[in-house]
Design a protein around this ligand. Structure first.
Ligand code: Q9C
Ligand code: ZN
Length: 340
C-alpha cells in the first residue's frame, strides 16, 4: 500500500508551544514516529503529494477561511508582540451582530475554540496535508484498493469556515468530495478517532451522497461536546445519512469492535463506491488525549483494520489524531497491515 507524506508538516512547528500549562500534544514527532515504524516494518512505497491547487479545498471550505489562514500570522505579528503563535481571545458567539476586518475579529470568527493555534507555517503545513489526502485519493481513482495519507495537521474537527481541535483544513472531507469527481457518487466516511468528527459531520450533514459514520467518546463528557450525539442523524436530503455511535470512557477492544460492527453494517447497506477512514490512533490504551479515554490495544487496532478491510471497498485512510508517542508507531502498523 502506497503512503503519501510531506515534509511540509514541519512548518507547523508546534514543539515549543505550551497550552493549558502543558506541552501542545499535536507535534511533528507524532508523524516522525509513525513514519519510522512503517519504514521499519517494510512499508516501502512512499510518495510526496501532487499539488492540486486550492480548487478541491474550495469545494469544502469558504474562500474567507482560506484567505484567513494565509494572512492571520503576518497580520497578527504586525499588530502584536512577536510570538510563535496567535490564538483567539474574542469569539463570535450566538448573539454576534457584526463582523470586523480586524485580525482579532477574524481570528474569533474563523475559530470555534483555542485548540488550533496559528503559527507562521500553519497554512503551508495544512495546505500540503490536504494535498497528501488528495494525492492518495488519486490512487483510488486509478484503481488501487487502499492508500494511506499520513496527514499532519489533522482535519476532522475543521468546519467549512472554522478551525478547531488541532485542525485547519478537513482533509477527509476534501478527499471524499474529490473522490466523487463532480458526480453524486456514493462515498462513506468512517471516523474512528477518539473525538467526534464534528467538522466532517457538519460539512455533509444535509448531503445524502456522503454517509458519515463516527465512533467516538460520548460528547456528554468529552470534546467537542457540542456535536456527536446519537440523535444527530442528518437533515433535509441528508436525513438518515449521519450515524454517531458514542461510547463510554474505558471502552476496550471488545466493546469497540462490537460498535464498529454496527457502524460497518450501515456502511455495507449504503454500498459506497469509496470508503474514507478518519484514522485517529487516540483510541489507544494510555493515549494522553484524555485522563480516562479508551483502551484499544495494538491487537485491537489490527482487528479494527481487518473488519474494515473485509468490506472490500476501495479505502482511503487519512491520519487524524493519536498522541501517545510510545505506541503510535506499532498501532499504525497494526491497523495498516490489514490493508497490505
Ligand atoms: N485540554 C484530534 O484528535 N483538546 N483533535 C481537548 C484538552 C482538543 C483533538 C481539551 C482535542 C482535539 C484530531
Ligand atoms: Zn482525536
Amino acid at each position: 500500500m502506497r503512503i503519501w507524506y510531506s515534509e511540509h508538516h514541519y512548518c507547523h512547528a508546534t514543539d515549543a508551544i505550551f497550552y493549558h500549562g502543558e506541552p501542545y500534544p499535536e507535534t511533528a514527532a507524532r508523524v516522525d514516529v509513525i513514519r519510522a515504524a512503517l519504514l521499519a516494518q517494510g512499508f516501502a512505497e512512499w510518495s510526496g503529494p501532487v499539488d492540486h491547487g486550492q480548487g478541491p479545498l474550495l469545494a469544502i471550505h469558504t474562500p474567507g477561511l482560506l484567505e484567513f489562514l494565509q494572512t492571520i500570522y503576518p497580520a497578527s505579528r504586525q499588530l502584536r508582540q512577536v510570538a510563535s503563535f496567535y490564538q483567539a481571545d474574542t469569539f463570535a458567539t450566538r448573539s454576534a451582530r457584526r463582523r470586523s476586518p480586524h485580525p482579532w475579529a477574524q481570528i474569533g470568527y474563523y475559530a470555534f475554540d483555542i485548540e488550533a493555534p496559528f503559527l507562521e507555517g500553519t497554512w503551508e503545513a495544512a495546505y500540503w496535508s490536504a494535498q497528501c489526502a488528495l494525492s492518495a485519493a488519486d490512487a483510488l481513482l486509478a484503481g488501487e484498493r487502499a492508500a494511506y495519507a499520513l496527514c499532519r495537521p489533522p482535519g476532522h474537527h475543521a468546519l467549512a469556515d472554522q478551525t478547531g481541535g488541532f485542525c485547519y483544513l478537513n482533509n477527509a472531507a476534501i478527499a471524499a468530495r474529490y473522490l466523487q469527481q463532480g458526480q453524486p457518487a456514493r462515498v462513506a466516511i468512517l471516523d474512528v478517532d477518539y473525538h467526534h468528527g464534528n467538522g466532517t459531520q457538519e460539512i455533509f450533514y444535509s448531503d445524502p451522497s456522503i454517509l458519515f459514520v463516527s465512533l467516538h467518546a460520548d460528547p456528554d463528557v468529552e470534546y467537542p461536546f457540542f456535536w456527536g450525539g446519537a440523535e444527530e442523524r442528518g437533515e433535509g436530503a441528508g436525513a438518515g445519512f449521519n450515524l454517531n455511535l458514542p461510547l463510554p470512557q474505558g471502552t476496550g477492544d471488545r466493546e469497540y469492535l462490537a460498535a464498529l460492527e454496527r457502524g460497518l453494517a450501515s456502511v455495507r447497506e449504503y454500498a459506497p463506491q469509496y470508503l474514507v477512514i478518519s484514522l485517529g490512533l487516540d483510541i489507544a490504551q494510555g493515549d494522553p488525549a484524555s485522563l480516562a479515554g479508551f483502551a484499544v490495544t495494538t491487537a485491537g487496532f489490527h482487528a479494527i483494520g481487518e473488519q474494515i478491510a473485509a468490506l472490500a471497498v476501495p479505502t482511503l485512510i487519512v491520519q487524524e489524531g493519536g498522541y501517545r508517542l510510545d505506541t503510535l508507531g506499532e498501532n499504525a502498523v497494526a491497523f495498516l497491515r490489514a490493508f497490505r
